[in-house]
Design a protein around this ligand. Structure first.
Ligand code: ATP
Ligand code: MG
Length: 560
């Protein structure tokens, strides 16, 4: 491809609206443009990257026996009503009516459609297992589209679905996907972790996410270097640092207008980990008093699994239910259900005194209060691993893919049944597996860039190599450049030639910004000795080589 013919619009200035490095560089290097919030146009370079990622996706999916299909992006409401998700999902779903006033929606994902299809098509165990996939548009009215193509309202997804006769077979399909995902993300040059994750609105038994570390990521994961425990903080367990046992005797202390842990900790000169935070919640089954240590945050999702849907109580409710002013609640002498973080079992603490303007020092579990014990805190840096007790690290990551065991959540309501060997009707056991190609591209940039621009992993770069003829007015330069260009094409190497009548400095700058991994630099001085230069975009190292050796050298560089 010729630079003079392909539309590459690089920008000199950093666009004001962009914060994430991948967003800035994709705009500056001319890969994408934003149409509206969460809606992006892929320019030729951007689309080439996505296509290369999709090629990797197809190869690896095909290699586990998955079959490509294509499903509509526009869905009738009925299928979503049958599984109940029409009502469960809120504003994230784009809904509309067709000309006959029938309810429709734009597909956020395709479990319903797959289950519908399986219900129609699969009769017998002989037709199972199946893995069906597509690389197709998803539409979601995301609350906060952000960071360029990392979170958009319309995006491509490789989504695959496994259909199996039982849980054991599902386990196999799940493992096949995990293996394919490892290959995909490695081939795309990403650093990533596979972590335990929360099945969430997908429902189902087991789920893992593939997370690419990056400061731009919205997900935090907990990692143990000791035993390899890795989990999304959405469900990660952890053992907090133990507190020293204080020899305080039970006493009330006057703490005027000091309500938050921070305020009282400063006032009493006692570290936050010696406090009990008492938070009153209102669940569907009544009030629940939750207790976490002062240096911890209450984990809504963990609590959700124990008490179901809940919200924080209003000030008036606290007064009414506990008979105490918010800010001075303690866990002593209440009739409500109490759920406490397990770490509070040990230690001597400070908490509210259940009396305005007072706290108590010296309370301990067993003696002053009892509770149901659970891990209900958010894991944080410095906590210990729940499996091996080594230190946990917390990293920011981008979720690039995930795998879910769904079980029968969709097949039962959609009546996707099959007849087993004995002629008995059984529900098909499903799995669902997603990858966002745009997130792979952006994560690759997040992990591979320098101050001059993008450094693409070679497998997903828009081109394998860029030829830079420095002086287009020099006929020898042009002749050699054109000759190499044709040779590369004949060899099936994806090549970009910067054939613009621009100064060398401009060409170098654009080449670094765009980030093709190998540059071939053709300058008059070197040519006089029959030499050209080959430069590695990542290391910036350049080496001279004979023109006639160029093809072999590039071929070997692309391979290794
Ligand atoms: P997130 O938690 O980041 O919102 P998700 O759990 O909603 O992601 P899935 O519905 O499981 O994601 O989608 C599968 C894959 O699709 C994700 O792993 C991600 O790579 C991609 N993806 C999801 N939402 C978006 C989005 N808004 N923009 C771009 N890619 C997305
Ligand atoms: Mg989401």
């Amino acid at each position: 491809m010729r630079f003079s013919k392909i539309f590459i619009a690089t920008l000199k200035e950093t666009p004001a609206e962009a914060e994430a490095i991948s967003h800035i560089l994709m705009l500056r290097a001319g890969y994408v443009r934003q149409l509206a919030a969460g809606l992006y146009i892929y320019l030729p370079l951007g689309l080439r990257v996505i296509e290369r990622i999709n090629k990797v996706l197809r190869e690896e999916m095909n290699s586990i026996g998955a079959q490509e299909i294509s499903m509509p992006a526009l869905h009738p409401a009925e299928v979503w009503q049958e599984t109940g998700r029409w009502n469960e999902i809120g504003e994230e779903m784009f809904r509309l009516k067709d000309r006959g006033s029938r309810d429709m929606c734009l597909g956020m994902t395709h479990e319903e459609i797959i289950a519908w299809l399986a219900a129609k098509e699969i009769r017998s165990y002989r037709e199972l297992p199946q893995i069906w996939y597509q690389i197709q548009i998803k539409l979601r009215d995301e609350a906060r589209p952000k960071s360029g193509v990392l979170r958009t309202r319309e995006f491509l997804m490789k989504d695959s679905y496994s259909l199996d006769i039982d849980e054991e077979e599902l386990e196999k399909s799940y493992l096949l996907h995990a293996e394919a995902y490892h290959k995909i993300f490695s081939r795309c040059g990403l650093k990533y972790y596979m972590v335990e994750s929360d099945p969430g609105m997908m429902g189902g038994a087991k789920a893992h996410e593939f997370m690419a570390p990056s400061p731009a990521g919205e997900d935090k994961i907990a990692l143990c270097d000791g035993c390899g425990y890795a989990a999304n903080v959405e469900l990660a367990l952890s053992v907090p640092k133990k507190v020293e046992i204080q020899n305080w005797v039970f006493e009330e202390v006057y703490t005027p207008e000091k309500r938050t842990v921070q305020e009282i900790s400063g006032f009493l000169k006692i570290d936050p980990e010696y406090f009990i935070k008492s938070i009153l919640l209102i669940s569907d089954n009544g009030p629940v008093l939750s207790l976490v240590r002062g240096d911890q945050e209450l984990h809504e999702k963990k609590l959700n699994k124990i008490i179901g849907k809940h919200r924080q109580a209003h000030k008036e409710e606290v007064k009414e239910i506990l008979g105490v002013e918010a800010g001075f609640i303690g866990p002593m002498n209440h009739k409500v259900r109490i759920i406490a973080d397990s770490c509070l079992k040990d230690g001597v603490y400070v908490s509210g005194a259940n009396k305005p303007q007072y706290h108590v020092k010296g309370i301990r579990s067993g003696k002053d209060f009892t509770a149901e014990w659970h891990d209900i805190h958010i894991a944080k840096e410095g906590d210990f691993c729940p499996k091996c007790n080594a230190s946990l690290r917390i990293e920011n990551t981008i979720e690039v893919g995930n795998i879910f065991m769904l079980g029968t959540k969709y097949s039962v309501p959609m009546r996707a049944f099959y007849l087993d060997k004995n002629g008995q009707e059984k529900p098909i056991i499903m799995g669902s597996y997603g990858i966002g190609p745009a997130r792979i591209a952006a994560a690759a940039i997040e992990q591979n860039n320098d101050r001059d621009g993008i450094i693409w992993p070679k497998s997903i770069a828009p081109f394998d190599v860029e030829i830079l003829p420095l002086n287009m007015k020099d006929s020898k330069t042009v002749e050699v450049a054109e000759k190499l260009y044709k040779l590369f094409i004949d060899e099936g190497i994806e090549v970009l030639i910067d054939d613009r009548e621009e100064r060398a400095g401009v060409k170098f700058k654009d080449a670094d910004l765009i980030g093709i991994p190998i540059h071939i630099i053709i300058g008059e001085k070197n040519l006089k000795e029959g030499l050209i230069e080959i430069k590695n975009r990542r290391t910036k190292e350049a080496a001279k080589l004979k023109i006639e050796d160029a093809i072999e050298k590039i071929k070997s560089k692309i391979k290794d």
